[in-house]
Design a protein around this ligand. Structure first.
Ligand SMILES: Cc1cc2nc3c(=O)[nH]c(=O)nc-3n(C[C@H](O)[C@H](O)[C@H](O)COP(=O)(O)OP(=O)(O)OC[C@H]3O[C@@H](n4cnc5c(N)ncnc54)[C@H](O)[C@@H]3O)c2cc1C
Length: 406
């Protein structure tokens, strides 16, 4: 960690003023800082991180990327995000290990297939490659699947999305930090934002445990901690519940799984890393929770369920388990807004378990929003007021029965 820190990004003294302060050294914060510098020449920017960059969901996720969301508001953002990985790999001169191996979401009922049909149609309408497969075709894509009548929930079909896949999450954190640092952005790790000050209806400063910093712009990109920061420091109550998500990896195995496979009915998903380990994750723990502790119940659930549809994994040893926080909104879409509750205050949070795949592109648009003060059209549907106006998005519906499709 410290070696990387020296090589990739510089440690600089905290200045008394910046043109923008970003709370949270996760991917959303780092990407916004990077694009503020790259696209808008705003380089006098500080990313303030309480622990270390990637400490939150950005360093704990299962690295799945895809663009086959359900709604027309979400699809374009995720599509652009998918297209951005190769470009960023070149530009950051850092191997982000984008592997577009494809995602297969399994259906286990007629109702799930019906919902998938709608999701596939929405994706295709926007030019995104997404297809409905029958069980035999699913098996052709993933030979290890059990498509017989044996499993508790037999497979009735699947939604196949060839351009999706995996990106190495740590590499994205480090690559963006490197890009930020080279463009003059300051990254202050081990520094906590403890207050936000306002003058005449505008943001004027942030308080940190290393002193006061004057700034006209603040972005709350604190992931699982963003709702707490909004309520304590911004006076804003966000409709966010914080839940734990756990994930595990097995011992390395010979190559057997060349796609990301997920099943909502079983609440789990799996893919094989380049090292051969099977990474497997599940839906969130069902109770609001700020801990990242892991549970025996989860290990049992995961081992039982992943081997239901991938029986060849029976007997594989789990090597490591971890947990992270998911900032869930009621419609499973993020809250992206600006000038709330005061001019210069920006929000990029509520990503739940979708915030890795969207991070870089959201950072690019968020940077534009912060630089110009105008909300880019693509971000407008995600404003906080949708909850007051009862215009919730339909992403939750996309997750019925096949919800574990990170
Ligand atoms: C197990 C798991 C699996 C997941 N799998 C996927 C997946 O496959 N695909 C996908 O797209 N998404 C996935 N996600 C979700 C994804 O990881 C998150 O949505 C995303 O990382 C959020 O990024 P962020 O930058 O908004 O927040 P974070 O990465 O959480 O960063 C927020 C940062 O803010 C810092 N902070 C908090 N308070 C303060 C303060 N007062 N001052 C300064 N800093 C502060 C924290 O220390 C933290 O580092 C998963 C999440 C988990 C936990």
């Amino acid at each position: 960690m410290f070696g990387l820190h020296k090589r990739l990004w510089a440690a600089r003294p905290v200045k008394s003023s910046y043109d923008a302060v970003i709370i949270g050294g996760g991917l959303h914060g780092l990407a916004t800082a990077y694009f503020l510098a790259r696209d808008h020449n705003i380089t006098n920017v500080a990313v303030i991180e309480k622990r270390f960059i990637g400490f939150g969901g950005s360093g704990r996720n299962t690295a799945i990327v895809r663009a086959n969301q359900r709604t027309q508001e979400n699809l374009p953002l995720y599509k652009e995000a998918l297209d951005l990985w190769p470009e960023l790999t070149r530009e950051l001169d850092f191997n982000l290990m984008f592997h577009n191996c494809g995602n297969l979401n399994l259906a286990h009922s007629e109702a799930a297939l019906k919902a998938m049909r709608l999701q596939v149609a929405s994706a295709q309408f926007l030019g995104i490659d997404s297809r409905l497969l029958d069980p035999k075709e699913c098996k052709e894509v993933v030979p290890a699947l059990d498509i017989s009548g044996r499993p508790r929930y037999p497979i009735t079909g699947g939604m196949y999305h060839p351009p999706g896949g995996i990106v190495r999450h740590d590499a994205v954190v480090w690559g963006l930090a490197k890009g930020c640092s080279r463009r003059g952005v300051h990254i202050h790790q081990g520094t906590e934002v403890t207050g936000i000050g306002f003058e005449k209806g505008k943001v004027a400063w942030v308080d940190t445990d290393r002193g006061k910093i004057r700034t006209p712009r603040v972005l709350n990109a604190a992931g699982g901690y963003s709702a707490g920061i909004a309520s304590r420091l911004m006076g804003l109550r966000l409709p966010i519940s914080v839940l734990t998500i756990q994930a595990m990896v097995t011992q390395p195995l010979k190559p057997l799984l060349h796609h990301v496979v997920s099943s909502g009915a079983y609440h789990c998903y799996a893919n094989q890393t380049l090292k051969g380990e099977i990474v497997t994750g599940a839906h969130m723990d069902p109770w609001p929770n700020f801990t990242t502790q892991t549970t025996a119940a989860y290990i049992k659930h995961q081992a039982e369920f992943v081997t239901e549809f991938l029986p060849c994994l029976k007997g594989a040893k789990f090597m490591r388990i971890w947990g992270g926080l998911a900032d869930m909104t009621p419609d499973m879409a993020p809250i992206i807004d600006g000038h709330v509750p005061a001019e210069g205050c920006f929000l990029d949070c509520g990503w739940g378990y979708f915030g890795f795949k969207s991070s870089t592109v959201t950072g690019r648009y968020m940077a534009r929003y912060m630089a110009t003060g105008e909300c880019p059209e693509i971000l407008q549907p995600f404003a906080l007021k949708r909850f007051q106006e009862h215009r919730l998005m339909g992403e939750t519906a996309a997750l019925v029965d096949y919800s574990a499709n990170n």
